[in-house]
Design a protein around this ligand. Structure first.
Ligand code: ATP
Length: 319
Protein backbone atom coordinates (compact mmCIF):
# COMPACT_ATOMS: atom_id res chain seq x y z
CA UNK A 1 0.00 0.00 0.00
CA UNK A 2 1.33 3.49 -0.81
CA UNK A 3 2.13 5.62 2.20
CA UNK A 4 -0.04 8.67 2.71
CA UNK A 5 3.02 10.26 4.28
CA UNK A 6 5.22 11.03 1.27
CA UNK A 7 8.93 10.50 1.91
CA UNK A 8 8.35 8.46 5.07
CA UNK A 9 11.42 9.44 7.09
CA UNK A 10 10.79 8.30 10.65
CA UNK A 11 13.51 10.33 12.34
CA UNK A 12 13.07 13.75 10.68
CA UNK A 13 13.46 16.01 13.75
CA UNK A 14 10.71 18.42 12.74
CA UNK A 15 8.29 15.62 12.02
CA UNK A 16 5.29 15.60 14.38
CA UNK A 17 5.38 13.01 17.17
CA UNK A 18 1.93 11.79 16.17
CA UNK A 19 0.35 12.10 12.73
CA UNK A 20 -3.16 10.83 12.15
CA UNK A 21 -4.85 11.17 8.79
CA UNK A 22 -8.39 10.13 7.94
CA UNK A 23 -8.58 7.64 10.82
CA UNK A 24 -11.73 5.51 10.85
CA UNK A 25 -12.47 2.92 13.52
CA UNK A 26 -15.78 1.09 13.55
CA UNK A 27 -17.39 -1.10 16.17
CA UNK A 28 -20.04 -2.94 14.18
CA UNK A 29 -21.90 -0.45 12.02
CA UNK A 30 -21.00 2.48 14.28
CA UNK A 31 -17.95 4.59 13.48
CA UNK A 32 -16.39 5.52 16.84
CA UNK A 33 -13.73 7.47 14.94
CA UNK A 34 -14.89 8.90 11.66
CA UNK A 35 -12.16 10.42 9.48
CA UNK A 36 -10.07 12.00 12.22
CA UNK A 37 -7.00 14.13 11.42
CA UNK A 38 -4.61 15.13 14.18
CA UNK A 39 -1.02 16.22 14.35
CA UNK A 40 0.90 16.40 17.64
CA UNK A 41 4.09 18.49 17.72
CA UNK A 42 7.16 17.08 19.40
CA UNK A 43 8.05 18.22 22.88
CA UNK A 44 4.73 19.81 23.78
CA UNK A 45 1.66 18.77 25.69
CA UNK A 46 -1.47 18.15 23.67
CA UNK A 47 -4.76 17.73 25.53
CA UNK A 48 -7.47 15.78 23.74
CA UNK A 49 -10.91 16.86 24.91
CA UNK A 50 -14.35 15.64 23.94
CA UNK A 51 -17.71 14.58 25.32
CA UNK A 52 -18.27 10.98 26.49
CA UNK A 53 -18.12 8.60 23.56
CA UNK A 54 -16.47 11.16 21.24
CA UNK A 55 -13.74 8.69 20.26
CA UNK A 56 -10.80 9.90 22.37
CA UNK A 57 -9.85 6.56 23.92
CA UNK A 58 -10.30 4.74 20.62
CA UNK A 59 -7.98 7.25 18.94
CA UNK A 60 -5.36 7.02 21.68
CA UNK A 61 -5.54 3.21 21.75
CA UNK A 62 -5.01 3.16 17.99
CA UNK A 63 -1.88 5.31 18.47
CA UNK A 64 -0.74 2.87 21.13
CA UNK A 65 -1.11 -0.02 18.69
CA UNK A 66 -3.94 -1.69 20.63
CA UNK A 67 -6.44 -1.15 17.83
CA UNK A 68 -6.03 -1.40 14.08
CA UNK A 69 -7.49 1.40 11.96
CA UNK A 70 -10.30 0.41 9.59
CA UNK A 71 -9.13 3.24 7.33
CA UNK A 72 -6.62 6.08 7.43
CA UNK A 73 -3.07 6.19 8.67
CA UNK A 74 -1.44 6.63 12.05
CA UNK A 75 2.26 7.33 12.57
CA UNK A 76 3.84 7.55 16.00
CA UNK A 77 7.43 8.83 16.10
CA UNK A 78 7.31 8.18 12.37
CA UNK A 79 6.44 4.51 12.83
CA UNK A 80 3.37 2.34 12.42
CA UNK A 81 2.03 1.57 15.92
CA UNK A 82 0.99 -2.00 15.00
CA UNK A 83 3.71 -3.10 12.56
CA UNK A 84 6.50 -1.37 14.50
CA UNK A 85 5.22 -2.04 18.02
CA UNK A 86 8.49 -3.66 19.14
CA UNK A 87 10.51 -0.61 18.09
CA UNK A 88 8.04 1.79 19.72
CA UNK A 89 7.62 -0.03 23.04
CA UNK A 90 10.79 1.32 24.70
CA UNK A 91 10.15 4.84 23.37
CA UNK A 92 6.48 5.30 24.21
CA UNK A 93 4.84 5.34 27.66
CA UNK A 94 1.22 4.35 27.97
CA UNK A 95 -1.22 4.97 30.79
CA UNK A 96 -4.48 3.20 30.16
CA UNK A 97 -7.83 4.28 31.60
CA UNK A 98 -7.97 0.98 33.46
CA UNK A 99 -6.56 -2.51 33.49
CA UNK A 100 -3.45 -3.87 31.82
CA UNK A 101 -2.12 -4.90 35.22
CA UNK A 102 -2.01 -8.29 36.97
CA UNK A 103 -4.38 -7.78 39.92
CA UNK A 104 -2.32 -9.88 42.36
CA UNK A 105 1.04 -8.17 41.80
CA UNK A 106 2.37 -5.77 44.42
CA UNK A 107 2.65 -2.12 43.44
CA UNK A 108 6.40 -1.63 43.81
CA UNK A 109 7.22 -5.07 42.40
CA UNK A 110 5.22 -4.23 39.30
CA UNK A 111 6.90 -0.87 38.85
CA UNK A 112 10.35 -2.48 39.24
CA UNK A 113 9.37 -5.06 36.66
CA UNK A 114 8.45 -2.35 34.14
CA UNK A 115 11.60 -0.35 34.99
CA UNK A 116 13.75 -3.42 34.32
CA UNK A 117 12.46 -3.56 30.75
CA UNK A 118 14.08 -0.19 30.01
CA UNK A 119 17.71 0.80 29.50
CA UNK A 120 17.71 3.97 31.64
CA UNK A 121 14.69 3.91 33.94
CA UNK A 122 13.85 6.51 36.55
CA UNK A 123 14.69 5.69 40.15
CA UNK A 124 11.77 3.56 41.38
CA UNK A 125 11.77 4.53 45.09
CA UNK A 126 11.84 8.24 44.32
CA UNK A 127 9.05 7.90 41.75
CA UNK A 128 6.97 5.97 44.30
CA UNK A 129 7.67 8.67 46.83
CA UNK A 130 6.78 11.52 44.44
CA UNK A 131 3.43 9.99 43.67
CA UNK A 132 2.64 9.33 47.33
CA UNK A 133 2.66 5.56 46.94
CA UNK A 134 5.26 4.90 49.64
CA UNK A 135 2.79 3.38 52.08
CA UNK A 136 1.33 0.92 49.59
CA UNK A 137 4.41 -0.40 47.76
CA UNK A 138 3.77 -3.91 49.14
CA UNK A 139 0.02 -3.83 48.54
CA UNK A 140 -1.48 -6.01 45.83
CA UNK A 141 -2.82 -4.01 42.87
CA UNK A 142 -6.43 -5.12 43.44
CA UNK A 143 -6.30 -3.80 47.01
CA UNK A 144 -5.12 -0.32 46.01
CA UNK A 145 -7.71 2.45 46.01
CA UNK A 146 -8.84 3.76 42.63
CA UNK A 147 -6.63 6.84 43.04
CA UNK A 148 -3.61 4.73 44.01
CA UNK A 149 -4.14 2.50 40.96
CA UNK A 150 -4.25 5.64 38.81
CA UNK A 151 -0.98 6.92 40.24
CA UNK A 152 0.70 3.54 39.82
CA UNK A 153 -0.44 3.44 36.19
CA UNK A 154 1.09 6.89 35.68
CA UNK A 155 4.35 5.75 37.30
CA UNK A 156 4.43 2.70 35.01
CA UNK A 157 3.91 4.94 31.97
CA UNK A 158 6.83 7.23 32.76
CA UNK A 159 9.35 5.02 34.58
CA UNK A 160 11.10 4.05 31.33
CA UNK A 161 11.85 7.71 30.43
CA UNK A 162 9.76 7.59 27.24
CA UNK A 163 10.07 10.15 24.41
CA UNK A 164 6.32 10.22 24.08
CA UNK A 165 3.69 9.40 26.66
CA UNK A 166 -0.06 8.82 26.27
CA UNK A 167 -2.08 9.50 29.40
CA UNK A 168 -5.77 8.60 29.25
CA UNK A 169 -7.62 10.63 31.89
CA UNK A 170 -4.63 10.63 34.26
CA UNK A 171 -6.34 12.57 37.03
CA UNK A 172 -9.87 11.12 36.86
CA UNK A 173 -11.03 10.46 40.41
CA UNK A 174 -7.86 11.77 42.07
CA UNK A 175 -7.98 13.91 45.21
CA UNK A 176 -6.61 17.47 44.87
CA UNK A 177 -3.20 16.54 46.34
CA UNK A 178 -2.70 13.63 43.95
CA UNK A 179 -3.98 15.75 41.09
CA UNK A 180 -1.38 18.43 41.75
CA UNK A 181 1.39 15.82 42.17
CA UNK A 182 0.35 14.43 38.78
CA UNK A 183 0.35 17.91 37.21
CA UNK A 184 3.85 18.58 38.59
CA UNK A 185 5.14 15.32 37.16
CA UNK A 186 3.52 16.01 33.79
CA UNK A 187 5.03 19.52 33.72
CA UNK A 188 8.46 18.04 34.43
CA UNK A 189 8.06 15.56 31.60
CA UNK A 190 7.37 18.46 29.26
CA UNK A 191 10.34 20.44 30.60
CA UNK A 192 12.48 17.37 29.86
CA UNK A 193 11.32 17.48 26.25
CA UNK A 194 8.92 14.52 26.47
CA UNK A 195 5.89 14.79 24.18
CA UNK A 196 2.73 14.30 26.23
CA UNK A 197 -0.71 13.47 24.84
CA UNK A 198 -3.42 13.38 27.46
CA UNK A 199 -7.16 13.04 27.44
CA UNK A 200 -9.16 14.77 30.10
CA UNK A 201 -12.64 15.93 31.00
CA UNK A 202 -11.21 18.65 33.24
CA UNK A 203 -11.02 21.90 31.31
CA UNK A 204 -8.92 23.54 34.02
CA UNK A 205 -6.41 20.72 33.60
CA UNK A 206 -6.16 21.41 29.88
CA UNK A 207 -5.86 25.16 30.51
CA UNK A 208 -3.18 24.63 33.14
CA UNK A 209 -1.05 22.13 31.25
CA UNK A 210 -1.64 22.14 27.52
CA UNK A 211 0.32 23.87 24.78
CA UNK A 212 -2.18 22.55 22.30
CA UNK A 213 -5.79 21.40 22.67
CA UNK A 214 -7.70 19.19 20.24
CA UNK A 215 -11.47 18.98 20.70
CA UNK A 216 -13.01 15.79 19.35
CA UNK A 217 -16.70 15.24 18.74
CA UNK A 218 -18.42 12.36 16.92
CA UNK A 219 -15.09 10.86 15.95
CA UNK A 220 -13.51 13.97 14.39
CA UNK A 221 -11.33 16.84 15.50
CA UNK A 222 -13.60 19.89 15.44
CA UNK A 223 -11.10 22.44 16.78
CA UNK A 224 -7.40 22.55 17.57
CA UNK A 225 -5.15 25.29 18.91
CA UNK A 226 -3.55 26.64 22.05
CA UNK A 227 -5.99 27.32 24.93
CA UNK A 228 -5.52 31.05 24.29
CA UNK A 229 -6.27 30.70 20.57
CA UNK A 230 -9.37 28.61 21.22
CA UNK A 231 -10.68 31.03 23.85
CA UNK A 232 -9.98 34.02 21.64
CA UNK A 233 -11.46 32.44 18.53
CA UNK A 234 -14.53 31.01 20.23
CA UNK A 235 -17.35 32.75 21.98
CA UNK A 236 -17.05 36.48 22.51
CA UNK A 237 -16.25 37.86 25.91
CA UNK A 238 -18.84 39.60 27.99
CA UNK A 239 -19.09 42.59 30.28
CA UNK A 240 -21.49 42.43 33.19
CA UNK A 241 -22.65 45.19 35.46
CA UNK A 242 -25.33 45.72 38.08
CA UNK A 243 -27.46 48.81 38.51
CA UNK A 244 -31.06 49.73 39.14
CA UNK A 245 -33.57 47.47 37.36
CA UNK A 246 -35.25 48.43 34.09
CA UNK A 247 -32.58 50.63 32.50
CA UNK A 248 -33.26 51.73 28.91
CA UNK A 249 -30.79 49.54 27.05
CA UNK A 250 -31.89 50.96 23.67
CA UNK A 251 -29.86 54.11 24.28
CA UNK A 252 -26.88 52.02 25.41
CA UNK A 253 -27.07 49.93 22.25
CA UNK A 254 -27.04 53.12 20.12
CA UNK A 255 -23.76 54.11 21.76
CA UNK A 256 -22.15 50.68 21.29
CA UNK A 257 -20.56 49.23 18.10
CA UNK A 258 -23.05 47.65 15.71
CA UNK A 259 -22.34 43.98 16.57
CA UNK A 260 -22.82 44.47 20.33
CA UNK A 261 -25.68 43.12 22.42
CA UNK A 262 -27.10 44.38 25.71
CA UNK A 263 -29.46 42.34 27.86
CA UNK A 264 -30.98 42.58 31.32
CA UNK A 265 -30.30 39.05 32.59
CA UNK A 266 -32.14 39.37 35.90
CA UNK A 267 -33.66 42.58 37.30
CA UNK A 268 -30.72 44.94 37.75
CA UNK A 269 -28.07 42.63 36.21
CA UNK A 270 -26.90 43.52 32.72
CA UNK A 271 -24.78 41.77 30.15
CA UNK A 272 -23.03 43.42 27.22
CA UNK A 273 -21.76 41.08 24.53
CA UNK A 274 -19.51 41.74 21.58
CA UNK A 275 -15.90 42.74 21.16
CA UNK A 276 -15.00 43.83 24.65
CA UNK A 277 -12.09 46.27 24.52
CA UNK A 278 -11.08 49.36 26.56
CA UNK A 279 -13.10 51.63 24.26
CA UNK A 280 -16.28 49.61 24.83
CA UNK A 281 -15.70 49.65 28.59
CA UNK A 282 -15.32 53.45 28.43
CA UNK A 283 -18.55 53.72 26.39
CA UNK A 284 -20.48 51.70 28.97
CA UNK A 285 -19.16 53.70 31.94
CA UNK A 286 -19.85 57.01 30.14
CA UNK A 287 -23.39 55.86 29.39
CA UNK A 288 -23.80 54.90 33.07
CA UNK A 289 -22.58 58.39 34.12
CA UNK A 290 -24.95 60.09 31.64
CA UNK A 291 -27.87 58.08 32.96
CA UNK A 292 -27.12 58.50 36.64
CA UNK A 293 -26.29 54.83 37.02
CA UNK A 294 -23.76 53.87 39.67
CA UNK A 295 -22.82 50.28 38.75
CA UNK A 296 -22.48 48.15 41.91
CA UNK A 297 -20.26 45.79 40.06
CA UNK A 298 -18.70 45.91 36.62
CA UNK A 299 -16.60 43.04 35.31
CA UNK A 300 -15.18 41.75 32.05
CA UNK A 301 -15.64 37.99 31.92
CA UNK A 302 -13.31 36.16 29.61
CA UNK A 303 -14.54 32.96 28.09
CA UNK A 304 -12.93 29.87 29.49
CA UNK A 305 -12.05 26.71 27.66
CA UNK A 306 -15.21 25.21 29.17
CA UNK A 307 -17.35 27.93 27.52
CA UNK A 308 -15.68 27.26 24.18
CA UNK A 309 -16.00 23.49 24.62
CA UNK A 310 -19.72 23.73 25.37
CA UNK A 311 -20.26 26.14 22.52
CA UNK A 312 -18.57 23.79 20.06
CA UNK A 313 -19.98 20.49 21.33
CA UNK A 314 -23.36 21.63 22.64
CA UNK A 315 -24.97 21.02 26.00
CA UNK A 316 -26.83 17.83 25.20
CA UNK A 317 -25.84 14.76 27.20
CA UNK A 318 -24.22 12.04 25.12
CA UNK A 319 -25.35 8.44 25.09
P1 ATP B 1 -15.21 8.78 27.35
O1 ATP B 1 -14.96 10.23 27.50
O2 ATP B 1 -16.57 8.40 27.84
O3 ATP B 1 -14.10 7.92 27.88
P2 ATP B 1 -14.26 8.50 24.59
O4 ATP B 1 -14.26 9.80 23.88
O5 ATP B 1 -12.95 8.01 25.10
O6 ATP B 1 -15.34 8.51 25.75
P3 ATP B 1 -14.43 5.99 23.19
O7 ATP B 1 -14.19 5.16 24.42
O8 ATP B 1 -13.36 6.07 22.19
O9 ATP B 1 -14.92 7.46 23.59
O10 ATP B 1 -15.76 5.42 22.51
C1 ATP B 1 -16.26 5.93 21.29
C2 ATP B 1 -17.51 5.15 20.93
O11 ATP B 1 -17.15 3.82 20.60
C3 ATP B 1 -18.53 5.06 22.04
O12 ATP B 1 -19.81 5.15 21.48
C4 ATP B 1 -18.31 3.68 22.63
O13 ATP B 1 -19.50 3.16 23.15
C5 ATP B 1 -17.85 2.88 21.42
N1 ATP B 1 -16.91 1.82 21.76
C6 ATP B 1 -15.70 1.97 22.35
N2 ATP B 1 -15.08 0.77 22.50
C7 ATP B 1 -15.94 -0.16 22.02
C8 ATP B 1 -15.88 -1.58 21.89
N3 ATP B 1 -14.83 -2.27 22.27
N4 ATP B 1 -16.94 -2.18 21.33
C9 ATP B 1 -18.03 -1.49 20.89
N5 ATP B 1 -18.14 -0.15 20.99
C10 ATP B 1 -17.11 0.50 21.54
Amino acid sequence: MRSVFPGDTPEAPDRPAVEIRGLVKRYGPKAAVDGLDLSVARGGLTAVLGPNGAGKTTTIETCEGYRRPDAGTVRVLGLDPVADSAALRPRVGVMLQSGGVYAGARAEEMLRHVAALHAHPLDVPSLIDRLGLGSCGRTAYRRLSGGQQQRLALAMAVVGRPELVFLDEPTAGLDPQARHATWDLVRELRTDGVTVVLTTHYMDEAEALADDVAIIDSGRVIAQGSPEELCRGGAENTLRFSGRPGLDLGSLLKALPAESTATELTPGTYRVGGRIDPQLLATVTTWCAQNGVMPDRIAVERHTLEDVFLELTGKELRA
